[in-house]
Design a protein around this ligand. Structure first.
Ligand code: NPW
Ligand code: K
Length: 497
């Protein structure tokens, strides 16, 4: 689990490391540039490339100057270094590294106004104008320069963060470098993980620059990033003598006459994720399809709801394809009135809650809501930005004592303790119908098997994305049905490695 930091917290980690390692700030800059260069050499080994480096006069610009020197020493001799000379202010380490660079046979140009910059053919453009020190919208010459650079051809690489993009919080303006690759120091910036950064970041990579990790761990931040190794710590192998009766019984409440498909997807995903038993409470007309598609699943008729033994089930998943009819509303009411263990609430069940907020009070603690952006807004009100949505989700998950899984490229899991975990796995190839139904089935299944809800959600969210990622190597688009087939193999892989 990686703790994620704001720009201010990163600066504090930076200062702490300088004082306590101890290390000179100029040496830390040297270390950061070296980490950048390592990635650069791997990706662009051709020394004949024409490279433009744009530097500001703060520490991001200082990094740029060190990178320029290191590239020269590595044998890249078609490098032009440009300095945006728009203000008197300059950092000490910028100045020191300017002097060091001047001792090399490297051409340095000063830009006094963006209009002076003529178009130069180049293969690569390195953006070291501004980094995490951004404190206002780019205006005037800065804005013009950034817009001009964006029009230049050539692969753009940003140092630490694309110039103009705040590390966290709302965008300040649209004058932001559109980078093809961003090489960030120590941690991804929070905004990299939200859709607002997508026009400005095609790909990002993080390099370790040796900031004090103990200090970072002691920093108070609600944001975490989790990946494979975190999941692998707790995924359980099956034990000798374990049988289906010990691996949980899940009830999937899903489907309507026209949307039986969603019910089949979540039921099959639940079964293939390892729940000992899965029962589908679906419309009668879906029974044949259920028997054909998931013969392992059991069926419970909605006509016999008064005879259901709620205690039989460890968890209920409700919502996929349920519709917002009177019948589905009654079903949700029944479930909320009778079931006291965690419920995984998705899709139309969320829409029904949005229509009747009173029902929210009945949601058992540690239940899981799995909205996509639109369902989230229907439930909690319209939001103008992702940052507003994050604020609401942090508050609501604590208030309702539930987990909120806000689905996205980097799906966020908000906990009743006020934490937000960003999931690292996934692929844009998964953006197709039915994916959410599969995730609901997987989360329900993991809870049924006895994982603590938080772990169940992390495990399901990660392995869902991971399965999609793996398939995306071979498939243009990953259909939900293909992902379902992959689940047992992926879980096995995660368990073993
Ligand atoms: N922390 C780390 O781990 C390490 C960090 N390192 C590097 O340091 C970078 C951060 O450096 P930094 O703090 O010097 O800030 P940076 O981004 O260069 O800009 C500062 C200048 O920009 C100005 N300015 C701001 N907004 C503006 C605007 N809209 N329009 C115009 N001007 C604007 C601001 O002026 P001010 O507004 O304050 O007058 C100030 O002069 C970081 O991204 C990384 O690359 C590594 O070297 C080592 C380890
Ligand atoms: K930059």
């Amino acid at each position: 689990m990686l703790k994620l930091l704001t720009a201010l917290q990163t600066r504090q980690a930076d200062d702490y490391t300088i004082v306590n390692e101890p290390i000179l700030s100029s040496e830390l800059m040297e270390r950061a540039a070296k980490a950048f260069i390592k990635v650069f050499l791997d990706r662009f080994p051709d020394r004949k490339k024409h490279i433009l480096i744009f530097c500001g006069k703060g520490n991001n610009g200082g990094d740029g100057l060190v990178i320029s020197r290191m590239l020269f020493d590595e044998g890249y001799h078609h490098v032009h270094t440009y300095i945006a000379d728009f203000s008197e202010k300059q950092s000490e380490d910028y100045l020191l590294n300017l002097e060091r660079l001047q001792q090399k046979d490297v051409s340095i140009f000063y830009i006094n106004q963006a209009a002076d910059l003529e178009f130069i053919e180049s293969d690569l453009i390195i953006d070291a104008l501004l980094g995490s020190g951004l404190n206002k919208a780019l205006q005037g010459e800065w804005e013009k320069l950034v817009k001009k650079i964006n029009k230049f051809s050539g692969f753009k690489i940003s140092v630490d963060v694309p110039t103009g993009l705040p590390c966290e919080g709302e965008l300040l303006s649209e004058a932001i470098i559109k980078s093809d690759l961003t090489i960030a120091f120590q941690r991804p910036k929070l905004n990299f993980l939200l859709p607002i950064s997508s026009p400005y970041i095609k790909e990002w990579k993080v390099v370790n620059i040796g900031l004090d990790e103990n200090f970072i761990q002691s920093t108070s931040s609600p944001y975490f990033w989790f990946w494979k190794a975190d999941i692998q710590k707790y995924i359980k192998p099956r034990q000798a003598f374990e049988h289906k009766g010990l691996l949980g019984h899940a009830l999937m409440v899903a489907g309507a006459d026209e949307t039986i498909g969603a019910a089949l997807l979540c039921t099959e995903a639940c079964h293939r994720s390892g729940a000992g038993l899965t029962t589908a409470l679906i419309p009668e007309m879906g029974l044949r399809a259920l028997n054909a598609r998931v013969p392992e699943a059991m069926y419970f008729s909605r006509n016999n709801l008064d005879k259901i033994d709620w205690l039989k089930y460890e968890v209920i998943g409700i919502g996929p394809g349920l519709g917002v009819s009177e019948e589905s509303s009654k079903l949700l009411n029944e479930v909320l009135a009778n079931f006291k263990k965690p419920i995984v609430i998705d899709a139309d069940a969320i829409n029904l809650l949005a229509q009747n907020h009173q029902l929210m009070k009945l949601i058992p603690q540690k239940s899981v809501l799995t909205p996509h952006m639109k369902e989230f807004d229907r439930l909690f009100g319209t939001h103008d930005s992702w940052w507003e949505r994050i604020e609401t989700a942090l508050k609501k998950s604590v208030e309702l004592k539930v987990y909120i899984v806000l689905k996205n490229r980097y799906t966020m899991i908000f906990t009743p303790e006020g934490i937000c975990y960003f999931n690292s796995s996934g692929s844009p190839a998964m953006a197709s119908g039915g994916m959410g139904d599969v995730l609901t089935g997987m989360i329900t299944s993991m809870i049924a098997q006895g994982y603590a809800v938080e772990k169940a959600v992390q495990l399901a969210v990660f392995s869902h994305g991971y399965a999609g990622e793996q398939l995306a190597h071979k498939m243009y688009v990953v259909p939900a049905s293909n992902l379902i087939k992959q689940i047992p193999y992926i879980l096995r892989e995660l368990m073993v490695k």
